[in-house]
Design a binder for this molecule. Structure first.
Ligand code: NAD
Length: 488
């Protein structure tokens, strides 16, 4: 482990690096060793108030809205460039606090940079419309920013998720308060530093780290916040929504998933195995849209399971900093949760073909790649999000049966289809209850494609051009004019 990581980090409020008002600190751990990594200033209610006030001052001063949009776009792309310049330092910090492999951490930084490029480029293309109203009356509808955007971020892909909301919100002219996750806050301090280096105006970006039930809840319910973006679990999302509902402010919810891939008998199994490798095992399966269930046609079930299990057995296991493929889960609590689900799966009659129990001979929080067969839709491992490197496999005979099994949970984030028959794939995609459907590969999307959940997986869409709608509202202005638009 590199020892040069800073031992103490601060919050970023109103363009300044600050301690918590009460002087508290939060310890950040390295999940690969279970040892302390650093400390960060703990933001409590008073610090949330300070951050929201700083953002409000920026909104009142009209600093962002009075910029020419192309200039605001330049600021947003500049943040991306500053983050890219931190490249390897940032990837190391993310790898050490989150546990993911250094390659994956580098990829996450690159994805974060892409958001700043994409929304920086969109900033001067957010346009309203002129509405013809006959003689002497002219009307226009302008997309105006909400004002203060509060953004609550989870720990699994912290910088990618913070970047996707921050970049779009800023491009549209909002000031932002980010509540970083208590398990992995350090990378968002580097994001704040990138904002500072790019010349973000005072109060335009504020980044604080506090506990969810305290700082997070206070931020979501804050009377001076105009819009909330929450990414995290369904349970917390519902409580955030109750707070925003009370104050009639919009909220975007990006919540959990239990995504299934349907594998038809004509599927390309090489492609399937690579998709499983990429879909469920990186970052120890801690991906909201991870491929956590496989629904395989009975005729190819045994071959598909053998090949997936062989691939999974071959994954290198160890610390992310050594660029291993199977890295630790993020915390001791997360390890208990994942193993608990596996024990429940065995208890309910599913068969662990590989894995199923923690790797107790390793120092950190390691769970092996786990593949269950004989999974039925009534089992908890089929219905609930595990958020670990666990794949639940079941079989089907008829397409309708596969679709019904895929749709049997409260989630609706992602789903997939593997088949060489385009008509069959489209028939299936049409019936899957998911915000995104991947065909013949997993994660077939990008910064440019809308992302979000159906059912309890969320509300609204981030990414793509759609996301801009989260950060602007329409303001209509009607003008009575005797001279300008008068009929001849
Ligand atoms: P979580 O809901 O426990 O926490 C998410 C964030 O909310 C953290 O910053 C936390 O401090 C904060 N928080 C906790 N309690 C709060 C409260 N009462 N009020 C306000 N904020 C509060 O989720 P997690 O364990 O950090 O993340 C894992 C979950 O996130 C999984 O369900 C995963 O699927 C989901 N997720 C979804 C997406 C997506 O884009 N749909 C992306 C990543 C993760």
């Amino acid at each position: 482990m590199p020892e040069n990581i800073k031992s103490y980090w601060q919050n970023y409020i109103g363009g300044r690096w600050v301690d918590g008002v009460k002087g508290g600190r939060i310890s950040v751990e390295n999940p690969a060793s279970g040892m302390p990594l650093a400390k960060i200033a703990r933001a409590e209610r008073e610090d949330v108030d300070k951050a929201v006030n700083a953002a409000r001052d920026c909104v009142q001063a009209r600093t962002l809205v009075d910029m020419r949009p192309s200039e605001r776009g330049g600021l947003v792309t500049g943040i991306g460039r500053a983050l890219a310049d931190m490249g390897d330092e940032a990837a190391q910090v993310l790898c050490l606090e989150n546990g993911k492999s250094i390659s994956l951490a580098r990829g996450e930084i690159e994805d974060a940079v892409r958001y700043f490029e994409y929304y920086g480029g969109l900033a001067d293309k957010i346009e309203g419309r002129y509405i013809p109203l006959g003689a002497n009356l002219v009307g226009y509808a302008a997309p105006v920013p909400y004002g203060v955007s509060a953004q609550i971020v989870p720990w699994n892909n912290p910088v990618e998720i913070a970047a996707r909301s921050l970049s779009a919100a800023l491009a549209a002219g909002n000031a932002v308060v980010i509540k970083s996750p208590e398990l992995t806050p350090l990378i968002l301090c580097l994001l704040a530093e990138a904002c500072e280096r790019a010349g973000a105006p005072e109060g335009a970006v504020n980044v604080i780290c506090g506990y969810g039930e305290d700082a997070g809840a206070h931020l979501a319910a804050h009377p001076d916040v105009d819009q909330v973006v929450f990414t995290g679990s369904i349970e917390t999302g519902k409580s955030v929504m109750r707070s925003t509902c009370e104050r009639v402010v919009p909220c975007v919810l990006e919540l959990g998933g239990k995504s299934a891939a349907i594998v038809y008998s004509d599927a390309d199994l090489d492609q399937l195995v690579e998709s499983v490798r990429w879909g469920i095992f990186p970052n120890a399966g801690q991906a909201c849209n991870g491929m956590s269930r496989l629904i395989v046609h009975r005729s190819i079930h045994d071959e598909a399971v053998d090949r997936v299990a062989d691939m999974a057995k071959g994954l290198s296991v160890g610390p992310g900093i050594e660029d291993c493929e199977l890295t630790p889960v993020a915390s001791a609590g997360q390890l208990d949760r994942v193993e608990g689900y596996c024990l429940a799966g065995t208890g309910e009659g599913a068969t662990p073909v590989i894995g199923g129990k923690r790797l107790s001979d390793m120092a950190g929080h390691f769970m092996p790649a786990t593949v269950f067969t004989g999974v039925e839709s009534s089992m908890r491992i089929a219905r609930e999000e595990i958020f670990g490197p666990v794949l639940a496999v079941t079989t089907f005979e008829e397409p309708e049966q596969a679709v019904s099994y895929a749709n049997c949970t409260k989630y609706g984030l992602a789903a997939g289809v593997f088949s060489k028959d385009v008509d069959k794939a489209l028939w299936t995609a049409d019936r899957l209850e998911a915000g995104q459907v991947y065909v013949n590969d997993w994660y077939t999307g990008g910064v440019e494609t809308p992302f979000g959940g159906m059912k309890e997986s969320g509300l609204g869409r981030e990414k793509g051009q759609e996301a801009i709608n989260n950060y602007v509202q329409s303001k209509y202005v009607g003008i009575r004019s005797k001279s300008i638009f008068q009929r001849a």
